[in-house]
Design a protein around this ligand. Structure first.
Ligand code: ADP
Ligand code: MG
Length: 673
């Protein structure tokens, strides 16, 4: 049997079963070998019935007491009996397996293994498996693989097929050079695959997993480096010519570009005017002025007769970008349109037409931009803002909308190098490591709830000076409807605490996009002075006149979110303030908040976050995690990732070519990454 043989090479698997396996993505023997269990089940010694505890999966040993009975409840066929051992008795039930009645012979001892549940006041074992003593003894302390299933295919069927395949398979030769295996303490791949399905002990599972995770990362890194090289070598079909009107546009901006912005703009220009396409990530802290760089790039594309689009993670942000970007580009005689999921079908249809006919030069939108229905015309540049909120896949599907357009992605989230390899490995990186010169560092304070009246006074004073404030509402944990009620109620309190002349409005996730936009527009226009909100204002929103960010329940947020929230102020010339109200003063909370108090620097905070929490949920990136590794976890296996990356770099060019040649499964396609 060979790795590439179809699954039907396994005895007993015919066309019908093969179809079921196909549902699991298993077509070949190799796929089957790489269909790893998601856990293991270990059969332990039977427990005395008196000790069977609710909720546990366990085995008991005893004989059937009296006769098994069958009841029909609607179309359920219920078989039940009582099992006794010297310590007690328990009811057992099976659904729709009436034939078991004949299997269970009175007086004979069986082992029953199943979950103990409470039914009508007494304990019952539900749907247990039945074993003869000698049969169970063989299973004792064995780790049995547990696979993800699909209807019609039992765990047993998969495990049997895997066992048979592993028994008859001629394993392909080891691909990774021996010296690498030795250096990183890796077992052979063949052994690893055998062990991951049918491990001798948890220790061997550990080694097997390490090897297989290594392989996944190793292959990933290799493909990525190939992809990057290919991209870099690809002559772009959208080579741009610089347009002098851009100089004028830069001159007419209400501010001077910072040194960092100028440098990055040069990098973008060099890419876009060069023979090879742009694949660039702009990393810059909140408020560092990334948007204008995107606008310039979009403008350059449009001046060259190409369409450009920018994708953002929320409707609120899309609307805002649409307005501010649209205003700037209108002066250049360019038309910007908005496309979001919440638009009416008619409005969407109109925009689709404007895009297809190239009436629209620039398209601002949410995920809606990657929908099938959108047909672009000469798409030359795709920008993704707040990239960490999207997955790599979404970024790639956006660029698939054109013929290899230039790609620009922007993120405020500094990420550790190891993760950058995975998330941005195919991109060049530009840093906007300088804030506009007119910015004053935000002043922070951490207070408890008794400080509220003072905070409201403070906000009142800022409003009197012509400024605006955000208040992030205290949170409730129940349903989202309650979230809305809660915001409304809290807003009332704020209204009472402030003079009647101050306009206080609220924003929450359950509002219709249109309502949200109206509120945001009025806030941006200065008609609303105090905006009470849930975290919907968290990403990207830009109202430079706002100077106070008051965060209730600050203890409930992670550092990343706090930093993003705080980033909504300090976006203009005026001194800004961040008031973090903490409902509890536990040690961890205080530690976290004191980091925020100490620093406004996103990179520093990210580093501290990593130290405090470990890479587990680092800066919310996991939410966008669409990295399809079978076993590997980019956070928990960060060390293996580092090893694999290092190992891949240590390959000689011949070794690398050889490995890439063998790596047929991945093709060269980007989606295969
Ligand atoms: P972010 O990097 O968080 O996306 P934005 O691009 O939204 O930041 O910029 C924040 C604010 O700073 C905006 O109001 C923008 O107009 C302004 N801004 C951008 N660049 C400069 C600059 N060089 N000098 C002064 N203000 C700037
Ligand atoms: Mg931004």
């Amino acid at each position: 049997m060979k790795y590439n043989d179809t699954i039907q090479a396994v005895k007993g698997i015919g066309e019908k079963t093969a179809k079921l396996f196909a549902k699991l993505g298993v077509y070949t023997i190799g796929d089957l070998c790489e269909y790893f269990p998601r856990g293991y089940d270990k059969c332990a010694l039977p427990v005395p019935i008196a000790q069977a505890a609710e909720g546990e999966l366990l085995a008991i040993e005893g004989s059937v007491y009296g006769l098994a009975e069958i009841k029909k409840i609607r179309n359920l066929n219920l078989l039940s009996c009582t099992i006794k051992d010297p310590t007690g008795q328990i009811r057992i039930t099976w659904f729709n397996q009436p034939y078991l009645k004949n299997t269970l012979k009175p007086g004979i001892r069986y082992i029953f293994r199943g979950k103990v549940v409470r039914k009508g006041g007494s304990l019952t074992m539900d749907q247990p498996k039945i074993y003869r003593q000698e049969e169970y003894r063989k299973l004792l302390n064995h780790l049995t693989p547990i696979y993800s299933l699909t209807e019609g295919l039992t765990n047993n069927a998969i495990s049997k097929a895997a066992a048979q395949a592993l028994g008859e398979l001629e394993f392909p030769e080891e691909q990774i050079p021996k010296r690498i295996l030795k250096e990183y303490g890796l077992i052979r791949r063949e052994t690893a695959i055998r062990e991951i399905h049918f491990p001798k002990s948890m220790d061997t599972v550990y080694d097997a997993r390490k090897r297989l995770v290594f392989d996944e990362f190793f292959r990933f890194t290799l493909r990525l480096s190939r992809l990057k090289e290919e991209k870099q070598a690809r002559i772009t079909s959208c080579r741009m010519v610089y347009d002098a009107s851009l100089d004028r546009m830069i001159e007419n901006l209400p501010f001077q570009l910072t040194g960092a912005q100028k440098r990055v703009w040069q990098e973008i220009r060099t890419d876009m005017e060069g023979a090879f396409g742009m694949n660039r990530l702009i990393q810059g802290d909140v408020g560092s002025g990334k948007t204008i760089l995107a606008v310039l790039a979009l403008c350059l594309a449009a001046k060259n007769g190409y369409q450009g689009c920018i994708m953002v993670p929320t409707e609120v942000l899309a609307m805002q970008h649409y307005e501010s970007i649209g205003r700037l580009l209108e002066q250049e005689g360019l038309k910007t349109v908005l496309l979001t999921g919440s638009m009416t079908a008619a409005a969407k249809k109109k925009v689709y037409a404007e895009i297809a006919s190239h009436e629209a030069d620039i398209i601002v939108g949410t995920h809606a931009l990657i929908q099938e229905t959108v047909q672009y015309d000469r798409l030359g540049l795709v920008v993704t803002d707040e990239q960490h909120r999207f997955g790599v896949k979404q970024r790639l599907s956006l660029s698939k909308k054109g013929e290899e357009p230039h790609v620009l992605v922007m993120s405020a989230t500094p990420i550790p190098r190891t993760l950058a390899i995975i998330l941005y490995g195919d991109l060049d990186i530009s840093l906007v490591n300088e804030l506009p010169a007119d910015r004053l560092p935000i002043k922070n304070c951490v207070v408890d709830t008794t400080y509220r009246p003072k905070a409201y006074r403070f906000i009142e004073n800022q409003v009197a000076l012509g400024h605006q404030a955000y208040i992030i509402c205290p949170m409730v944990e129940e349903s989202e409807l309650i979230e809305a009620e809660n915001v409304i109620e809290y807003t009332e309190k704020v209204r009472e605490a402030l003079p009647g002349t101050v306009t206080v409005e609220y924003l929450h996730g359950k509002m219709r996009p249109k309502e949200k936009n109206t509120i945001m527009e009025r806030f941006a226009a200065g008609e609303i002075q105090v905006l009470v909100s849930t975290t919907v204002v968290e990403v990207g929103v830009n109202v430079p006149n706002a100077t106070v960010m008051m965060i209730e329940n600050a203890e409930r947020f992670g550092l990343a979110q706090l930093h993003q929230l705080r980033g909504r102020v300090g976006r203009g010339k005026a001194q800004s303030y961040c008031i973090m109200v903490s409902g509890n003063a536990g040690k961890d909370t205080m530690e976290r908040l004191s980091i925020m108090n100490k620093s406004n620097d996103g990179f520093f905070i990210a580093g501290e976050d990593l130290k405090l929490r470990g890479p587990g949920d680092f800066f919310g990136i996991r939410q966008s995690g669409d990295m399809e590794f079978k076993l590997a976890d980019i956070y928990n296996d960060a060390q293996v990732l580092k090893d694999a990356n290092e190992a891949a770099k240590s390959l000689t060019p011949e070794e690398r070519d050889e490995l890439l040649k063998q790596d047929t499964a991945g093709e060269i396609s980007e989606t295969a990454l």
